[in-house]
Ligand binder design. Structure first.
Ligand code: PMP
Length: 290
């Protein structure tokens, strides 16, 4: 396996960051999770834009232009001869001292890993997920805005631990006022009376690329869509529910906090959206040849 590491392709064993890297010491950095499907990097430009926006949000200068980043990502996929892959792009503040001051980190660290990922067991895509609302609240935008895809994922990991302790694979996190935000690595959607509803980005959720794609294809398919605040009760009485994310894609939810959603199986709108989503992953992005 070859890793892009600060401008070079190196073997996995040689791709090592310093113990003084602030990405490791403080979670000071940003990242992206991207996917390629049959030699097409799905929504690559959107992911790169979000990476640079996250970096801007934490005053981190990525030491390469967007175009170069695109080449580096595609180059890593080609070097590893991967048609279908999960791509992780990481930019850290770089090596510094033991203080917090980012000015002491002279060069950002940039690496790209191309590999595979399976977030949830394959059978759950047919049977649907069971999730729970967890006590840990999602970071408030005024503290660490969830729109910044930073390396500091401890808030999400605390949620994940609480879900695992409750015996389910995923956690729903609420905001400070009890409104629905998102899951630990996915956005959440519900369908009620033929309207597709998801919380607005402003509540404090990642502006998911899959979320955006689903809203777009749903509207094109004639389904009414709405971004608005959602309460836990509304989820309990929803007709259908699913999560979206690059790694997760679209995964149905059939139970939340012990309440069965709809008939407890994958709903008609969810199935239809999974179908259209699969189609756009084959055309909406940057192509490459091996
Ligand atoms: N929310 C969080 C917290 C995430 O980590 C992710 C995965 N990147 C998502 C939502 C989904 O975003 P996307 O569709 O861009 O992968």
């Amino acid at each position: 396996m070859l890793i892009y590491f600060n401008g070079k392709l190196v073997k996995k064993e040689d791709a090592k960051v310093s113990v003084f890297d602030h990405g490791l010491l403080y979670g000071d950095g940003v990242f992206e999770g991207i996917r390629s499907y049959d030699c097409l990097v799905f929504k690559l430009r959107e992911h790169i834009d979000r990476l640079y926006a996250s970096a801007q949000g934490i005053s981190l200068k990525i030491p390469m232009q967007k175009r170069e980043m695109e080449k580096a990502i595609v180059g890593t996929l080609k070097a590893n001869k991967l048609k279908d892959a999960y791509i992780r792009v990481v930019v850290t503040r770089g090596e510094g001292d033991l203080g917090l001051d980012p000015r002491n980190c002279r060069h950002a660290t940039v690496f790209i890993i191309t590999d595979k990922i399976a977030l949830y067991a394959a059978e759950l895509y047919h049977k649907g997920l069971k999730i729970v609302t967890v006590p840990t609240r999602r970071n408030i935008p005024e503290a660490l805005n969830p729109q910044i895809k930073s390396l500091n994922y401890l808030n999400n990991i605390l949620g994940k631990i609480e879900a695992i302790n409750a015996g389910v694979p995923e956690a729903l996190m609420l905001d400070q006022n009890g409104f629905v935000t998102e899951c630990t690595g996915d956005n959440i959607f519900m369908i009620k009376d033929d309207v597709l509803v998801t919380p607005p980005v402003s509540v404090g959720v990642l502006n998911g690329i899959t979320r955006g794609a689903v809203l777009e294809v749903a509207a094109k398919a004639g389904l009414k869509t709405c971004e608005r605040m959602v309460t836990r009760f509304e989820l309990y009485v929803a007709d259908e529910m699913f999560l979206t994310g690059t790694a997760a894609e679209l995964i149905p939810v059939v139970m939340i906090d012990g309440r069965l959603i709809g008939a407890g199986n994958v709903g008609k709108h969810t199935s239809a959206l999974i179908g259209v989503f699969k189609k756009i992953t084959k055309k909406d992005g940057v192509r490459y040849a091996l």
